[in-house]
Design a protein around this ligand. Structure first.
Ligand code: PLP
Length: 419
């Protein structure tokens, strides 16, 4: 079925009230039929609702719809994009392990991987996303996951999926892509052999900047890579915290299940049912919106490229861009609404960001409202000078998230701000 149809119907079998819209199941808990039923649910002999920290019927529709749109086997919704990324890492790595992460990632992912998980004894090794062969030298027997973004934020590089997956597969290591900017509409990581995707659904999925959310999606048959793989002992040995359950023996998608039964149980970064409902509303129009975000962004990138004050425009839809070929290969139907451009220095960048009328000065992306950001003084402020260079964030960089306003109005607003 086409994604546009899945976006409207996937994952929802109308309940006894036959509501056309997915209901918001605003409940903490669920009544069991009897103690045997309760015991069977806890023992996974029967699948069903126990407690909303673990699952919720509204969130379930969102998870199923999202997974089907991305071509994955299963998904688990989380309270935010950052908790999705943390869970993907924590589901495989523990003290003494290492993970390999692209240098060019969202600032929060840099601080999570470079600082917070370091305190848990997990080391992060970084590679340049435009040079994936660097991964080879970073791998050892303690490497648990390779994490990168499909389109990087804010440097706007496109990852070479084939090159990254080839190295990871040769070492039997899981790959995980943050596909927030790509979205399941424009970029389908599982078609290129990636094992897992994570998203901040706070962005294009929700689409109107109304709530935080995240999701972890796993590909079909991930068990084939995990079963018997010594890197992933947790999945192959009895889980003492779940009376000896061996995840790789279950006939269920195991990665999201282990997040649900273990990390979600113990840490509880669960999406609110209302936020899952907002995510469902967002998914319904995602295919239509991504087409508009992308075509508008391309027109604006072309305008900026011809502006005398702009020294460089980062947008893979531009023929002049170093990522153009990768963008053509891995993206279908557009290159999303995120672009960045460089001007002479920090002062010039700040003056532009302070002078727009339609573009709002905000640290968010993927909203219907257009957004302008100066990363070096906001999202990436906590990064050191070297980390800024590594993340591709020069002081004169301006990031734009192109919304759904009329394209020429946005161009006129930028023309005025550039002066
Ligand atoms: N990943 C990317 C690419 C992002 O841009 C962001 C936030 O801007 C995140 C993850 C974090 O998501 P959240 O703000 O939903 O925690």
């Amino acid at each position: 079925m086409n994604q546009q149809t899945l976006a409207i119907h996937a994952g929802y079998d109308k309940d006894s009230m036959a509501t056309m819209a997915v209901p918001i199941y605003q409940t903490t808990a669920y009544e069991f039929r009897d103690t045997k039923h309760a015991g069977d649910l806890f023992a996974l002999k029967e699948l069903g609702n126990i407690y909303t920290r673990l699952m919720n019927p509204t969130t379930d529709v969102f998870e199923k719809r999202f997974a089907s749109m991305e071509g994955g086997a299963s998904a688990i919704g989380t309270a935010s994009g950052m908790s999705a990324i943390f869970y993907a890492i924590a589901n495989v790595a523990e003290a003494g392990d290492n993970i390999i992460v692209a240098k060019q990632v969202y600032g929060g992912t840099t601080t999570l991987t470079g600082h917070t998980i370091k305190r848990f004894g997990i080391e992060t090794r970084y590679f340049d996303v435009s040079n994936p062969s660097q991964i080879e030298d970073l791998v050892d027997e303690k490497t648990k996951i390779i994490l990168f973004e499909s389109i990087t934020n804010p440097s706007i590089d496109v990852a070479d999926f084939d090159a990254i997956v080839a190295i990871a597969d040769a070492h039997n290591i899981l790959t995980c892509v943050d596909n927030t900017v790509g979205t399941p509409i424009l970029c389908r990581p599982f078609d290129y052999g990636v094992d897992l995707s994570v998203h901040s659904t706070s962005k294009y999925t929700i689409g109107q900047g109304t709530a935080l959310g995240g999701i972890v999606v796993e590909r079909e048959n991930l068990v084939d890579k995990i079963k018997g793989n010594p890197r992933y002992a947790h999945f192959n040995e009895p889980d003492e915290s779940y009376h000896g359950l061996v995840y790789s023996d279950l006939p269920l998608p195991l990665f999201s299940l282990r997040i649900r039964l273990s990390l979600m149980r113990d840490l509880g970064a669960t999406p609110a049912p209302f936020n899952s409902w907002l995510n469902i509303q967002g998914l319904e129009t995602l295919p239509l919106r991504m087409a508009q975000h992308s075509s508008s962004a391309l027109a604006i990138a072309e305008f900026l490229e011809n502006h005398p004050k702009v020294s460089k425009v980062n947008y893979p839809g531009l023929k002049s861009n170093a990522n153009y070929e990768l963008g053509q290969k891995y993206f279908k139907g557009g290159h999303s609404g995120l672009l960045s451009f460089e001007v002479a220095d920090k002062q010039t960048a700040q003056a532009i960001a302070d002078s727009t009328d339609i573009f709002s000065l905000v640290v968010n992306i993927g909203d219907s409202k257009s957004i302008i950001t100066h990363p070096a003084s906001t999202t990436h402020q906590q990064l050191s000078a070297q980390e800024l260079i590594d993340a591709g964030v020069p002081a004169g960089l301006v990031r734009l998230s192109i919304g759904l306003e009329y394209t020429q109005d946005l161009i006129d607003d930028l023309a005025k701000a550039l002066g």
